[in-house]
Every structure is written in structure tokens, then in C-alpha cells.
Design a protein around this ligand. Sequence first.
Ligand SMILES: *Cc1c(COP(=O)(O)O)cnc(C)c1O
Length: 360
Amino acid sequence: MARVYNFSAGPSMLPEEVLKKAAAEMLDYQGSGQSVMEMSHRSKIYDSIIKGAEQLLRELYNIPDNYKVLFLQGGASTQFAAIPLNFMNKSGKADFVITGQWAKKAYQEAQKYGECKAVASSADKTFSYIPKLDKNEFTKDADYFYICMNNTIYGTVYHEIPDTGDVPLIADISSCFLSEPLDISKFAMVYGGAQKNVAPAGLTICIIREDMLGNARDITPTMLNYQIMADNDSLYNTPPCYTIYICKLVLEWLKENGGLEAMKETNLKKAKILYDFLDNSKMFKGTVVAEDRSLMNVPFVTDSEELNAKFIKEATEAGFVNLKGHRTVGGMRASIYNAMPVEGVEKLVKFMAEFEKANS
Ligand SMILES: *Cc1c(COP(=O)(O)O)cnc(C)c1O
């Protein structure tokens, strides 16, 4: 069996240990005589899986007791509507920082429900940096302030959490979920699609401070009402059972491997290998300003479309797959999430060096 190094932005690599464990438990989960795929989500045995996943997530992220953890469906994109429906309920206003396509989509969707202000944007330079924030631009009575923490497509990240004072801060952390420690208490809500760093597609995790709940608009669809989901421990209807199970295995893997401090150290190491190479290469260049570089998504280019295409083709043949950049940026992008081993990045860089030598 030959496994490739998968640099996809999502769905993306899962730890091999997790896949092996899932395979071993596929037909008979812990003596139950069933696969997790076949279980009732109301059974006692399944309850231990979903509760176990929540407990592990709370432990790893050090989530304060006054936050709810919700396991939902619909992807991060569904929350673009759920967030205004649940929270845009006092002044009917919200602030957004436009750092890329995902932030923009959230901003556009929220406009259907209230008054939205883009307080800053990095659209002028293809989102290659995180804009400086001017507090004078912030809406004093906004119901919330919204950011996309790690910008999957453009490869930028907030290295500092914006200070929004009393205005609740909400962050999409889809593509940096569990990649390093995060002070959850600084946010009113963080959320993300699980398919980047935590599980297969189908699961969206929302972590919400309790005082935010209970004020959803009357028109809010039941399935998008966070209060109802919280009151039902994410079991209002059938949750994505198997995906939550894989999520639990990933969380166990994280804990066994030293938790988020250790993960951060490994992620810093991987990113440094790749960025150091890009900074020294004459052929390949990173596209993001140095101070805002993501540890998870690394876009890069050569100065020729032809060379980009040749590189992607040859890399794929050599077992480094999904390196094609997003269509709005072009070039290449290497997503190096938690499950990408250091060795995968070392080998990629070696391959890039050889390619550079052979083509210059
Ligand atoms: C992938 C991604 C999304 C979209 O997620 P879906 O689960 O496909 O809706 C939203 N935000 C960010 C930051 C992403 O990386």
C-alpha cells in the first residue's frame, strides 16, 4: 500500500493511526457487535462517543465551563447565516474584517439579516496580509465583530486576536482548528468545519459562550437555532455520528501526542522548513507578507504559469498531491495541517529543490 502526501486544503489528511484504529473497529466497535455507522445515536454506547469527544475537546482547548460545545452539520458555510440569525438581535449591526473569500461570504450572507460594516479589508493586495485595524472604525453598538482567523485560500493568519472591547468577537477557525492553543475566553464564539484539521467532512463544531444564547430571531429555522441545539446536547436530530467518532479518535491522538502545545511546536517546525526554503529559493516565492503567514496553508508561485503547471504535474507523479493553488490565487498551495508529518514537508522541500535545479 502506497499512501501519498496529501497537501489538500480540505478535506485533508487524517492521522494514519486514526485511520488504522477506525479500520480495526469498523465491524465491531468495542464488543458491541456493530460498526459506529450502524448505531442509534440515542444508544448508551454512542452517548459515550459524543460525550467523550466533547470532554476531550474541552480538555485540549481548555474551554471555560460557561461555553457550550455543539456538534452540528451544514459546514462552516451554514453558520454564515446562523450567526446573524442567532446574534444580530439587539442593534442589528455587525462588523467584519474582509481577509479573503470566507470572510467575504460570511459578510455577504449576514447582509441579508442586518447592517454589516466592513471595517477593514486586504482585497487591494489579493488578501496577502492581515489589515491593521483602526478602532475608530468599529461600530460601538455592534452585536458582534466577525473575523476569519486563518485564511485557507490566501495563507494568512491573525497572530494577535483583535481587541473588540465589549463587542462579542466571533471567529471562523475552520482551517486552524486545534493547530495550536487558543484562548477561547477571548471569543464569544469560535467555530469551524471539521474537514480541515479535525475529522472527515460533515461535522461543524461551534463553541459558544452561554450568555450569547437565547435571543435568536423568531424566523430562525429550528436547525439553525444554537439554543435548541445546546438544550438537546447536539442530539435534536441525528448528528453526523461516524464523523463525530472519527473526531473523537483525532482528539485522542492529539492528547496522546502531547496536546496543543506539542502540536504547535510541530506545526511551527513544518512551516519553518517550507518558508525558509521559499525565502531562499530563486524560483519559488511565498505570496504572503512574512508577519502574517499561516502555519497551515502556504501559497507559493513561480514567475511562470508553465513552470507552475509542470511543477504540479511532476509533484503529483512523485506522490505529493493536491498542490494546485486556489483558482483565485493561482500557483501552488501546500496545506500542512496537523496530520501532515514533518517528513512530508521535508520531502516536499527536497523535491522542490531538485525541481528548481533541473529547471533553471
Ligand atoms: C473551508 C472553509 C470554509 C467552508 O467550509 P464548509 O464546511 O465547506 O462550509 C469556511 N471558512 C474557512 C476558513 C474554510 O477554510
